[in-house]
Design a protein around this ligand. Structure first.
Ligand SMILES: [Zn+2]
Length: 290
């Protein structure tokens, strides 16, 4: 019997160090959201985009007070500016949308462009944008691509001037994306396949470092998910099992504190396999369909 690899994506967010402010290109400065954690790694990357003194701000972090002086410094030192022109969001999760109020309080009111989703937007006034939308600023254009799966409202943003893709949480600088209970793994895989069709030189993710091998990265994500499917089916080949048992079986090399996140992932796979008619649920346990 041949050995199957147990992991395709072998890097991890744990212990990853990122600078507070860094210039990644002529058009892109990254400012770290100051919100490290098990799901955010070193924290959320927020991006100042454009060559002018009023750049766009892509994503806003979680609303951590220490972030605001860093954003101000990043604006001034790397773009010669004092305030962003407007905010653009990849999606409505708290570590992306949470900084909006603080930024408006400090830099003045500004529009927030986002694909609307009542579930996450709360009472935030957004300028609705969707697939195909284009946002321009000095020296840069952002084009919206609807990429649901991690979150239904998720937009990736393509910047043709650098053939750069801001992937939000769809592709990360290290590790893999979480598919939360209201996410959809089948949608997510379709979103990844769609990104593969673009002409991309660099990925600027919402967490972790820039990715200069975009195709390899996206293909490794797809392979990783296919492997997880297979591991789950192999596990269930031994008889009906609950999610915790499957997690212990599959995530042998993952520390225990990440098992809750792993269970979320296994659940996302099981929901997809159930819809494909391959597995069925019996109470707490899952089994192969005969
Ligand atoms: Zn997210």
């Amino acid at each position: 019997m041949t050995e199957r690899p147990t992991r395709v994506v072998t890097d991890s967010m744990i212990g990853l160090d990122m600078p507070d402010i860094a210039v990644w290109s002529e058009r892109v400065t990254v400012v770290l959201g100051q919100n490290p954690g098990p799901f955010t790694g070193p924290g959320t990357n927020t991006y100042l985009i454009g060559t002018g003194a009023r750049p766009l701000l892509l994503d806003t972090g979680q609303g951590v007070p220490q972030y605001l002086p860093l954003l101000e410094r990043g604006l001034f030192e790397t773009r010669g500016g004092e305030a962003p022109e407007q905010i653009v969001l990849t999606h409505g999760h708290a570590d992306h949308i949470g900084g909006v109020a603080g930024i408006r309080a400090r830099f003045g009111s500004m529009p927030v462009a986002k694909k609307p989703w009542d579930k996450l937007d709360g009472d935030l006034d957004v300028v609705p944008v969707d697939e195909g939308a284009e946002i321009r600023t000095d020296g840069a254009t952002l084009q919206a691509l609807w990429t649901p799966g991690h979150a239904w409202d998720h937009l990736c943003w393509y910047m043709p001037e650098e053939r750069a893709l801001f992937t939000g949480d769809v592709v990360l600088g290290a590790g893999t994306t979480v598919i939360p209970p209201d996410g959809d793994l089948a949608d997510y895989l379709n979103s990844l396949r769609r990104l593969l069709e673009l002409d991309v030189a660099v990925i600027y993710p919402a967490h972790g470092p820039a990715i200069h091998t975009p195709r390899e990265k996206i293909e490794s994500y797809l392979a990783h998910r296919a492997l997880r499917d297979q591991q789950i089916l192999d596990g269930l080949g031994n008889g009906p099992q609950d999610v915790a048992t499957l997690v212990r079986r599959i995530y042998v090399d993952v520390p225990e504190f990440l098992h809750a996140a792993a269970a979320m992932s296994v659940n996302a796979h099981l929901r997809k396999l159930e819809r494909e008619g391959v597995v069925a649920r019996d109470g707490e346990k899952w089994e192969l369909r005969k």
